[in-house]
Design a protein around this ligand. Structure first.
Ligand code: TYD
Ligand code: MG
Length: 460
């Protein structure tokens, strides 16, 4: 490819400059100029008036939807059940998957295992590594017990060479580990810059769509937990998966946050072992810390992520703060925590105004569903009062600004799972109360927050 002259555009106002500047010459914003390639084709501003496009290209035939054959996408299961589950059944022909997660959480490990599994069911695979040498990947494969692996490896970081290799070798699936290490010759920006990441991902996506080769991009995450690089990456690809979990514990969650070929919020659960990641088929109880006696500030939540209920311990610590108390949450949204504290104060008379409040979802799980509200509020109140919740206690339910407790989706399933694991008391939204009693489970159905507090002795 001939090198085209690049220029810089402002992500704020769209203004441009022939060279990089710290400050946009048009709108004055700082650090918004990113390198861009000129648009192909004739100048886009020259068009005006009716019939203006006729000379540019031939009109194409259109077809009513009903006349188009609705073909199911062709997928191949890797045989790694937990991964296939989040992908919606397996790798899709021409599909592009982006997989993000903290360093060291297991992205390379999982993908190497998956590529080997696909290779063994007869799909040619290519593993492009930009972070490690071929020898390092080989070392990992030996550790994983994949000594005879036929997965092809390419240690390369230049996009054009990678594209040419993929085209020439025609794998069914290609992994790029990671997108932040790849650079295109066409741009002068450094690998990992917004311009490079965007450009490289766009080329790889185009190749996937044109050839039917499935492409998996590994993406780094920033300290805040978002994928590094432009948001546009998430829009470009078909599926976005995130690795979650505490690197100090062995359990890992892989969550689909976008999936054009399957359900979102589906999760796959793995345990990191000496020999790589192993699927956990029955994950409901892995995020409970085993207290021998109940402790104040702890409440078990039954969350339902994807198709399986998961019991997660929510821990809170409320402690004397000062004039500007801190609110910190790990695994739960901080803004939501501020809102719940306000609702607690107003509608249940529980005041943490001058106290530091820390909330944590055990095991490094991220909980985004509002059904966690009630458990968060109960754990906070329990910590504030210094009173432990009863043994075998669970809760779930969304809480509104008016102090009302709203139902959670698929409440029956949540309750059944809790009963199965031996839990004996539940505080749940009224609309989630089962018609028939569940053996062994005492259920308190509530409509308001203060009722929920009153249902537990010592809190209300
Ligand atoms: P890795 O897949 O390299 O993480 P990422 O690509 O997301 O940065 O995983 C590295 C971690 O996993 C490292 O701390 C070692 C550990 N590990 C195991 O515990 N068992 C194994 O079999 C392998 C290969 C790695
Ligand atoms: Mg890696």
């Amino acid at each position: 490819m001939a090198k085209e002259k690049t220029f810089f555009t402002c992500t704020e106002c769209g203004g441009s400059s022939p060279r990089w500047l710290g400050k946009c010459p048009s709108c004055g914003a700082w650090n918004t100029l990113i390198e861009s390639l000129p648009e192909a084709g004739p100048g886009k501003n020259r068009l005006s008036g009716a019939g203006q496009y006729a000379g540019l290209a031939q009109a194409q035939a259109v077809m009513p939807l009903a006349a188009i054959e609705a073909t199911e996408v062709a997928r191949t299961a890797s045989g790694i059940e937990e991964l296939d589950r989040v992908l919606g059944g397996g790798m899709v022909e021409g599909g592009v998957v982006l997989i993000g997660g903290d360093p060291g959480i297991g992205k390379s490990t999982l993908l190497l295992q998956a590529m080997d599994a696909l290779q063994r069911v007869g799909l040619p695979t290519l593993y492009v590594t930009g972070e490690e040498s071929g020898a390092q990947v080989a070392l990992r494969s030996r550790r994983l017990g994949l000594d005879a692996s036929q997965v092809n490896v390419l240690a390369e970081i230049q996009l054009e060479k990678i594209l040419a290799t993929i085209e020439a070798t025609q794998p069914a699936v290609a992994v790029i580990d990671s997108i932040q290490t790849i650079y295109s010759d066409q741009l002068t920006s450094a690998p990992g810059s917004v311009a490079q990441v965007r450009e490289c991902a766009a080329h790889l996506t185009r190749l996937a769509k044109a050839t039917g080769i499935a492409v998996v991009l590994v993406g780094h995450v920033t300290k805040e937990g978002a994928l590094a690089g432009p948001r546009v990456l998430e829009h470009m690809v078909d599926t976005v998966l995130y690795f979650e979990g505490d690197t100090h514990s062995s359990f890992r969650l892989v969550r689909a946050i976008k999936n054009r070929f399957g359900a979102v919020n589906e999760i796959g659960v793995f345990a990191m072992t000496e020999k790589g990641l192993k699927g956990v088929a029955n994950p409901s109880a892995i995020f409970l810390s085993q207290h021998s006696e109940p402790v104040p500030g702890s409440c078990v939540l039954v969350t339902l992520e994807g198709t399986r209920p998961l019991l997660v311990e929510i821990q809170a610590l409320v402690d004397g703060g000062g004039p500007s108390p801190r609110r910190l949450s790990v695994g739960l949204e901080r803004d939501r925590l501020a809102m719940l504290l306000a609702v607690l104060h107003r509608h249940a008379g529980v005041a943490c105004v001058d106290q530091d409040v820390f909330v944590n979802a055990v095991g490094g799980v991220r909980i985004s569903e509002p059904a966690a509200d009630l458990a968060v509020m109960l754990s906070i109140t329990s910590s504030l009062r210094g009173r432990a919740l009863p043994k075998g206690f669970i809760a779930f339910g969304e809480v509104g600004l008016a102090g009302e407790v709203r139902p959670a989706p698929r409440g029956q399933e949540r309750l059944k799972e809790a009963a199965k694991l031996g839990f004996s008391m539940a505080v749940v939204p009224k609309a989630n109360a089962p018609k028939k009693p569940i053996p062994g489970l005492e259920i308190h159905a509530v409509e308001r927050v203060d009722e929920a507090m009153a249902a537990v002795r010592g809190l209300g």
